[in-house]
Design a protein around this ligand. Structure first.
Ligand code: M6R
Length: 362
């Protein structure tokens, strides 16, 4: 029997962890998102927030980008996202009414803490999102929200990433509710959240199917991973999993951007992984897939269950259950985690402790 690493165990834990987060953070009777961390004083501050900056490094940066997108859509607030280290290396403007959401699984990443210090100096309201209760980030932040994903042993973040994404989605719902009466989740969102962990379990059920695909792609020298909108951070995160777990070069790109130069890299059999759920970007994505096929490339599409329209266009298709656009990333990242893991297993790598890396960089 093949050795199973912690990374695989942690990927498999995701359905349960997300279920626990939803059960703790959603009041299904009222439709409210619940964040008891914010008392009356803090709620008053939140109500005056005009601008939110999302910061993180590595995987946490990808979650931050998701946070930027979901907050913009649900709250209409002015949002932006930046790599924590870049934020500290330029004269970032922070005016009053700015909140900084700092994301760090470990809560100890040096660049993230430097960013927290800078944000504090500039009097931003800091919301920390971390998995570590006694971390330095929890001390710097005005309010800390814990992902409660349990200890993550593998260097490659998996379950802490999906927990970050889930909590950012719920926090956006919470922020939005602060200025509305009664503060409720939309009915489709409530309905969706009730069944989300079963949907994750369904994707986890495709582990064997994805392992076969991973074996097929195991000797590729490089990959491009494409996604649009909420799947763009997932393309970036998937590419990072491929690099750090399987030591294979992978580049995550916004699908539309692929036509502005990177398409030239495609020649016979060049593998492109395309995150193409049925969503408003789908038809544009199909056009891009046709360009990739015209250039001779090979496509592994990740699309919505029931969609068989890509069967002739893509070389391989993985399907994930349909979900509201804002929750699709929690599903679409899982095939990429499995693929990275499967390719690494095929290479006989020491998956939990990739060469040259440690769990966090301080
Ligand atoms: O602990 P942090 O979330 O602050 O760590 C940031 C990055 O170092 C981390 O996400 C790194 O990219 C992981 N190895 C990703 O799997």
């Amino acid at each position: 029997m093949a050795r199973e690493f912690n990374m695989l165990k942690e990927i498999r834990e995701q359905a349960l962890i997300i279920k626990d987060i939803i059960n703790k953070r959603v009041d299904f009777k009222t439709g409210c998102a619940v964040f008891d961390e914010f008392d009356h004083g803090k709620i008053r501050i939140l109500k005056n927030v005009q601008r939110i900056i999302f910061l993180g490094c590595g995987t946490s940066y990808h979650a931050a980008l998701y946070g930027n997108y979901v907050f913009e859509e649900l709250t209409g607030l002015n949002c932006e996202c930046e790599l924590a280290d870049e934020f500290t290396k330029r004269e970032a403007v922070i005016e009053s009414g700015t909140a900084v959401v700092l994301i760090s699984q470990s809560g100890e990443t040096g660049d993230a803490l430097k960013a927290a210090r800078l944000a504090r100096e500039k009097e931003a309201f800091i919301i920390g999102l971390t998995n570590e209760i006694n971390s330095s980030l929890s001390k710097y932040a005005d309010i800390c929200i814990y992902t409660e994903a349990g200890e993550e042993i593998a260097v490659a973040a998996t379950k802490t990433f999906t927990s970050q994404v889930m909590l950012l989605g719920l926090l956006a719902v919470y922020f939005d509710s602060l200025n509305r009466k009664p503060p409720v989740l939309s009915q489709p969102a409530v309905f969706e959240l009730k069944g989300l962990s079963e949907k994750i379990a369904a994707v986890l059920g495709s582990e064997e199917e994805i392992k076969i695909i991973a074996d097929k792609y195991a000797s590729e020298k490089g990959f491009v991973i494409l996604g649009e909108n909420y799947n763009y951070p997932i393309a970036l995160e998937g590419a990072l999993k491929f690099k750090e777990t399987a030591y294979v070069h992978a580049e995550g790109l916004a699908a539309g951007e692929f036509l502005h130069g990177p398409l030239a890299i495609v020649d016979t059999d060049f593998p492109v992984i395309f995150l193409a759920p049925i969503d408003p970007a789908y038809e544009d994505n199909v056009k891009i897939m046709k360009e990739i096929k015209r250039a001779g490339g090979k496509i592994l599409a990740v699309t919505t269950a029931g969609n068989h329209k890509l069967d002739d266009l893509a070389d391989d298709v993985v399907r994930v259950p349909s979900a509201l656009d804002i929750f699709v990333p929690i599903l679409s990242i899982i095939p990429l985690q499995f693929l990275a893991y499967g390719i690494a297993v095929g290479k006989g790598l020491e998956i939990d402790k990739p060469r040259n890396l440690s769990k966090y960089v301080n």
